[in-house]
Ligand binder design. Structure first.
Ligand code: SF4
Length: 380
């Protein structure tokens, strides 16, 4: 183990909404690993971690928390984990820093990694959840990823047992509700399976977060992708709908299909039009809608359905009604971090920075669209 690495195992990813959560790895990688658009676990083999390994990691976390508390006591903070304690831990025991930050934030949220934790036997999951909540009474929310196919192998009673043991939310990568898109992208599930799995999670009383990838239908299926994704979500009524925008890194299997011209990636403006159709067709549900991913162009398309639907559509219409040159400048400013929302285009100093960048691209003979493609890969 390197000196500045924690003495417990961690996987590579977590949802954006779990940025401040403690990460506990239950399985390694993804049991499916075939989705064309997904570069994350390619070349990595799936395995379940043993309950002994996982419980040993929980013990390591407990030891780390004890050490941090001692640092607090010896520094005169009475065991409280405050900012000064976190800073001290960072310089004296960097391997404990993640746990110190988590405790400083209240020690409330935990995310169980990697791609499909519910493949572990339910009894083991219950034991892990109970151990975690017993060792860390501060925990308020435990969440995990699960595939729809795996959820269909668990009964409502099984899922309700997990909820009782402390699991609060399941994140499902629906990606699309359209069967042609799901099939082409080798997602390994159908519209009906996605809907049935989502309904099962809800019936067990668990919170459900469903992810949709804007642009996943490409130029060919964008309309059906928007309509069927909305339809599936209308049937499920998840607690959260989260969107992210397709980017195609070289490590993904989709990359070759893009290079050969078989799959045509949509430009930003068309993705925004697709998002509009998608939101227009979300009906009869009371989900929260979030664009909480750096790949999304319009992060302020977010709110509670149905009451914020018009507000969200107005953000989209505002973007689409901008002159083409301003839309291009906004994309450039947003993707390079100068702008967060279109309101930032009122700021002269930010505009000057974006304009300078635009001129630099021109000098290099690069178009904004070409530069955007390079940038989108950096965010994956
Ligand atoms: S199921 Fe999820 S983690 Fe696995 S390959 Fe597909 S998108 Fe990636």
């Amino acid at each position: 183990m390197f000196a500045n690495r924690p003495n417990y195992e961690q996987g590579p990813i977590r949802p954006p909404s779990e940025a401040d959560s403690l990460l506990l790895r239950l399985t390694r990688n993804c049991p499916w690993n075939r989705c064309l658009f997904c570069p994350v676990y390619k070349k990595e083999k799936f395995s379940k971690r043993s309950i002994e390994e996982i419980k040993s990691d929980i013990e390591e976390l407990e030891k780390a928390a004890d050490k941090i508390k001692k640092i607090s006591l010896s520094s005169g903070f009475g065991g409280e984990i405050n900012r000064q304690v976190a800073v001290q831990v960072q310089s004296r025991n960097p391997e404990l820093f993640q746990v110190a930050l988590w405790l400083y934030g209240g020690g409330e949220n935990v995310f169980l990694q990697d791609g499909d934790s519910l493949l572990l036997p339910v009894d083991q999951l219950v034991e892990i959840l109970e151990t975690l909540t017993e060792k860390f009474p501060s925990i308020r929310r435990i969440t995990t990823y699960a595939r729809s196919r795996t959820l269909l192998r668990r009964s409502v009673d099984d899922l309700a047992r997990l909820k009782k043991a402390g699991l609060g939310r399941i994140h499902v990568g629906m990606e699309s509700g359209n069967n042609e898109v799901l099939d082409y992208m080798k997602k390994g599930v159908t519209y009906t399976q996605q809907v049935d799995a989502g309904k099962r999670v809800k019936s067990a009383g668990l919170s459900l977060s469903e992810y949709v990838i804007l642009g996943l239908g490409g130029e060919k299926w964008w309309r059906q992708h928007a309509l069927d994704s909305a339809s599936a979500l209308n049937e499920i009524n998840p607690d959260f709908i989260r969107v992210r925008t397709l980017a195609v890194p070289a490590a993904s299997l989709l990359y070759e299909k893009v290079q050969s011209g078989e799959f045509k990636v949509m430009v930003d403006d068309d993705v925004v039009r697709e998002e509009k159709l998608f939101i227009e067709n979300l009906q009869g549900i009371d989900s929260y809608f979030y664009s909480d991913h750096i790949l999304n162009l319009l992060e302020d398309v977010s709110g509670k359905l149905p009451e914020d639907k018009e507000k969200m559509l107005k953000v989209i219409d505002r973007y689409l009604s901008l002159p083409a040159a301003e839309r291009e400048r906004f994309c450039l400013g947003r993707r390079t971090g100068y702008y967060r929302t279109m309101d930032d285009m009122q700021n002269d100093s930010l505009n000057s920075s974006v304009e300078r960048l635009y001129k630099q691209l021109q000098d290099k003979g690069l178009t904004v669209a070409q530069y955007m493609k390079q940038l989108m890969l950096r965010f994956i």
